[in-house]
Design a protein around this ligand. Structure first.
Ligand code: ATP
Length: 358
């Protein structure tokens, strides 16, 4: 069943177009993420769903009901903020049951629901503590429980992990996913962190300048970026400019660098002579002994390298003008004793290359 439908939503602030003709459907139990750079309209969209902002035009439906003109406190949505927004003077129990108390839910039922939800997030036994007696991660879990306890149709999460340190932030991803699975509530999550979006979401809506650039599964976004913007935003990749010198129905031959030739499968209708970017993920650029004799290959030099423990990020100089990033395993790095200045063979699987005509 469709939980949330956004229909042709527009929102301007003076001359700034914050959200531009956005349409979106979210199914029951779906975890969707609004992803994009700062200022692309994610938070404005979330706030319009929650009723904290009014769209200039368009409609918002929740569980089939048009809520466009319904005030925030009457919508079946709750919001979790980066700042937790807990009541500092209230205990954990009073914080999480605050909404239930306002709804005049009987005290026994408040206790029962609070105990079940606090158990779910591993906070049983901390009911009498106040927020300043909790860690950041614990406070964020209290905020989640408070937002989920009255069973909203849709939970809105605005960078909820943003205030946590990097390690805790990663650990909380599991927590968040587990809570979402067990609650069955549809989540609309806002982040500018592409790794967070890829790992958490059933579906990602990637935005730029108020417009949807791609609405797809994490795999679709990661492996089949719809355009150069999506490709550049998600993951570490290379954009290699070249000239399309030969075009057939199924492939294009691109001349790049100091006369290198690459054959890339594509069904796009590309004119001969067009300038295009070949886009390839750094983890798909192979070097050294991993290059098989059947691959097209080129030569380059290791200019710089960054060691990350499980992988190594290499900057390769190819010819006069091109630099390529290649991510290899630490195992290959040590096995092949790769050093700055080494000349290496470079290759990629042509199926992994996307061509974006300029
Ligand atoms: P961030 O990741 O930085 O929070 P965002 O993608 O959530 O960014 P929004 O906060 O939705 O972006 O803002 C979209 C655009 O609308 C931006 O250009 C922003 O400056 C503008 N904007 C947002 N709120 C207001 C406001 N109340 N008044 C004027 N302009 C606003």
């Amino acid at each position: 069943m469709e939980k949330l439908v956004l229909q042709n939503i527009n929102k301007n602030y003076g001359s700034v177009v914050a959200v531009d003709d956005l349409s979106l459907t979210i199914e029951e139990g779906e975890f969707i993420t609004l992803l994009g750079p700062s200022g692309c309209g994610k938070t404005t969209t979330l706030r319009m769903i929650g009723g904290l902002e009014d769209p200039d035009s368009g409609n918002i439906f929740i569980e089939g009901q048009d809520v466009t003109n319904i005030p925030a406190h009457l919508r079946p949505t709750n919001m979790v903020f980066q700042s937790y927004a807990l009541f500092p003077h209230l205990t954990v129990f009073s914080n999480v049951t605050f909404g239930l108390k306002n709804l005049k839910v009987p005290v026994d039922e408040q206790r029962e629901r609070a105990s079940r939800m606090l158990d779910l997030v591993g906070l049983s036994g901390l009911e009498e503590r106040r927020p300043n007696e909790l860690s950041g991660g614990q406070q964020q879990r209290v905020a989640l429980v408070r937002a989920l306890i009255n069973e909203p149709a849709v939970l809105l999460l605005d960078e909820p992990l943003g205030a946590l340190d990097a390690k805790l932030r990663k650990a909380m991803r599991f927590e968040l996913k587990r809570i979402q699975h067990e609650s069955g509530v549809s989540f609309v999550f806002v982040t500018h962190d592409q790794e967070e979006a890829i790992s958490l979401s059933d579906r990602i809506v990637l935005m730029d300048l108020g417009k949807v650039q791609q609405d797809d599964s994490p795999r679709g976004i990661f492996e089949s970026p719809a355009n150069q913007f999506v490709a550049d935003f998600v993951g570490v990749g290379n954009s290699i400019e070249g000239e399309c010198i030969n075009v057939s129905k199924r492939a294009v031959q691109i001349k790049w660098g100091d006369g290198n030739l690459a054959n890339v499968p594509t069904t796009e209708d590309i004119p001969v002579g067009a300038t295009a970017n070949m886009w390839i993920r750094a983890s798909d650029v192979r070097i050294g002994k991993a290059v098989s004799t059947t691959d097209e290959s080129w030569s380059g030099n290791v200019e710089e390298l960054l060691y990350y423990g499980d992988h190594v990020d290499l900057l390769l100089q190819v010819g006069e003008s091109d630099e390529l990033r290649s991510i290899i395993t630490a195992e290959q790095f040590y096995d092949e004793n790769i050093k700055i200045g080494d000349e290496v063979k470079i290759a990629w699987n042509a199926d992994r290359v996307k061509v974006f005509v300029k």
